[in-house]
Every structure is written in structure tokens, then in C-alpha cells.
Design a binder for this molecule. Structure first.
Ligand code: NAD
Length: 329
């Protein structure tokens, strides 16, 4: 199998590539091509462990570049599409890149996939459903995204599914809850808080800290994507989540404890605009149809993640300095 991985230099895409080319070799791939434009969130170092593998190729380029994409996609059996603008806060201060990359970029790739009938796995998020006070959303739930980020992802989901419904292209969509793990850019809450605490800096907790998220280890997300590639059905949506729901206050408490700090290291920050209270996906479909289950438990996974950031300062310190110069930290 030949796979094109868009956004493969980012947090989740690079984990997926390392997994495909690792000792497990879950799909028996013959070639993995990463297409990534290397925005601030993309990092070639995330792919260092597989860089020497003869099956691996890296192409720096933009998913909105129709000419480039039309030369890359036809030689592939499958496209796994991670590339996106992914940070909600950035979408609040400027939505153009989000709509352009997430919606137009996805459509550009789909057009290229359509020409040769290439299978297309579209990696999306639970945020497209919007906030839910109680219960968990099934895959058929109405989409009610709140932020420009989640709205642009909902748009890309619908475009992807339209290529199945209209043209019969094998498109599969996954909607995953919040991920954590090694190599996550230090703007997202877990690496942001961890790296700040490791540097002896206070952490900013939004609002009352009672927003609830379901945290899934990035490796479990990638295993779920592999299950969908192996046995998922065309035109179907699969929710992915661990059922490990936590308020941001509880998450902060755990990170403080893992870093040997206390509540004096937390300062309240004004709440994010339109901050969704709770996301929760119903994951019965992927568990019963595809036999997927999360392998990591949050307590152990968080400990391992904090340990990784403690041991890999050389990876994140330059990124943190970059964020400081662009006033993102
Ligand atoms: P990330 O921001 O770490 O990585 C995104 C990658 O896409 C980067 O390498 C970046 O350089 C690349 N990219 C951005 N724009 C591009 C363009 N126009 N052309 C080519 N490459 C481009 O994101 P992530 O956290 O790894 O998320 C990957 C995917 O998973 C996204 O689609 C996101 O919506 C989805 N997702 C993320 C989470 C999460 O918790 N991080 C949860 C569910 C779903």
C-alpha cells in the first residue's frame, strides 16, 4: 500500500507516520509520502525517527496547490488527510487561513483523489458537533460548530462526504476528541502548561476552568485511524474518544502535581470567546464495528507525556522562544 499523509510533520500526522514505518508496521506499507507546507506547527524533526527509511519521502508543499497535488495523489492507494490549521485561539484572531486551508485545501485534495478513485481518510474533530451539556453525540448528530476552526472543519467534513455521495469516492471521516502526547506544539493546553511549569512559569487557566474535554492519547487516535483504514466503510463517519472526561481545572491539578508545583502557579485568564463547555462523542460505532479501544489510560499517559517534555527540552525550547517572539505565549 502507498499512502500520502498530508500534515505529516504535525503532531498527530507525524505520530501516524512513525507508527506506519515503525516496528509494528500495521498496514504493511510500501511507501509513505508526507505532504506538508511546514507552517509554524509543522516540524521536520518530528519525522527524524523515520527519515532514513527507504519507504519514506517528504514533500514540502501546500495542499491548496492543485498542480502539485495532482502530481502526488494519482500514485497513491490512500490519502490520509491531517493537514489543517488546528488551533482554536488562532482562528479567533484570524479565520482566513482556517477557511482556506481546511475547506479549500481539502476540496483540492479530493478533486485529485477523484481522478484515480484514491481512498480518502479525512481526519476531523469532535468540535464540529459543538457543545453538549449532557450525554454524548452519535455520528448522526447535527453539526453545530462554534469557532471558526470547528466551522471550517465541519465544512471540510461535509465537502469530503459529498464526494462520496455524489461521485461514489471511498471517503471515510473520523471525528476525534482532544489528543495529547509527545511532539505536540507548545501552544495547546497540555504542552503549554507542562513547558511553562518546567520553566518555573505560571500557567493561564481560562475562565472558571470548568470546561470539560475528553482526552485521548495520540497513539490511540492513530490506532483508530489504522482500524478505519483496514475495515472502515466508504461514506461512514467514525467518532473516536477515550471517555476520559476532565475539567480544565482537574487537568491543571494533574499537571501541577506531575511537575511538582501547586495552585500558586496558576493565574486566571479571561475566558476564550465562545468557549464550548463540553465535548463528548459516543464511540460505540468504532468500538463495536471495528473492535477499537484506547490502550492508554489518562493517568499513565499524562505522566509519560510530562516525562517526554522533561526529557526533550531541545525539541520544545526553540518552539517556545519562537512563540515568545510572536507573542503567542
Ligand atoms: P498540527 O497543527 O500539529 O499539524 C498540522 C500540520 O499541517 C502541520 O504540520 C502543518 O505544517 C500542516 N499544514 C497546515 N496547513 C497546511 C497546508 N495548507 N498545506 C500543507 N500542510 C499544511 O495539527 P494536529 O494537532 O496534528 O491535527 C491534525 C489533524 O487532526 C487536524 O486536521 C485536526 O483538525 C485534527 N484533530 C486534532 C485534534 C487534536 O487534539 N490536536 C483532535 C481531533 C482532530
Amino acid at each position: 500500500m502507498r499512502i500520502l499523509v498530508t500534515g505529516g510533520a504535525g503532531f498527530i500526522g507525524s505520530c501516524f507516520v512513525r507508527m506506519l514505518l515503525g516496528t509494528e508496521d500495521p498496514l504493511g506499507v510500501s511507501a509513505v509520502t508526507v505532504l506538508d507546507s511546514l507552517t509554524y506547527a509543522g516540524n521536520r524533526e518530528n519525522l527524524t525517527p523515520v527519515a532514513a527509511d527507504p519507504r519514506f519521502e517528504f514533500v514540502q508543499g501546500d495542499i491548496r496547490d492543485a498542480e502539485l497535488v495532482s502530481t502526488l495523489v494519482p500514485g497513491q492507494d490512500t490519502v490520509v488527510h491531517f493537514a489543517a490549521e488546528s488551533h482554536v485561539d488562532r482562528s479567533l484572531s484570524g479565520a482566513t487561513e482556517f477557511v482556506s486551508t481546511n475547506a479549500l485545501g481539502t476540496q483540492t485534495l479530493l478533486d485529485a483523489a477523484l481522478r484515480k478513485g484514491t481512498t480518502f481518510l479525512h481526519v476531523s474533530t469532535d468540535e464540529v458537533y459543538g457543545s453538549v451539556a449532557e450525554g454524548s453525540w452519535p455520528e448522526e448528530h447535527l453539526l453545530q460548530p462554534t469557532s471558526p476552526y470547528s466551522a471550517s472543519k465541519a465544512c471540510s467534513d461535509l465537502i469530503a462526504l459529498s464526494y462520496h455521495r455524489t461521485y461514489g469516492l471511498d471517503v471515510r471521516v473520523t471525528r476525534c476528541s482532544n489528543n495529547y502526547g509527545p511532539y505536540q506544539f507548545p501552544e495547546k493546553i497540555i504542552p503549554l502548561f507542562t513547558t511553562r511549569l518546567l520553566e518555573g512559569l505560571k500557567v493561564p487557566l481560562y475562565g472558571d476552568g470548568l470546561n470539560v474535554r475528553d482526552w485521548l492519547h495520540v497513539e490511540d487516535h492513530c490506532h483508530a485511524l489504522i482500524a478505519v483504514l483496514r475495515a472502515g466503510r466508504a461514506g461512514e463517519i467514525y467518532n473516536i474518544g477515550a471517555g476520559e472526561e476532565l475539567t480544565n481545572r482537574d487537568l491543571t491539578e494533574r499537571l501541577l502535581s506531575a511537575c511538582g508545583a501547586d495552585w500558586s502557579m496558576v493565574h486566571p485568564a479571561p475566558d476564550r470567546q465562545g468557549h464550548d463547555l463540553r465535548y463528548s462523542v459516543d464511540t460505540r460505532k468504532i468500538r463495536t464495528e471495528l473492535g477499537w479501544a484506547a490502550r492508554h489510560h489518562l493517568a499513565e499517559g499524562l505522566e509519560g507525556t510530562v516525562a517526554w517534555y522533561r526529557d526533550n527540552r531541545a525539541w520544545w525550547e526553540p518552539l517556545v522562544r519562537l512563540m515568545e517572539t510572536t507573542a503567542e505565549r
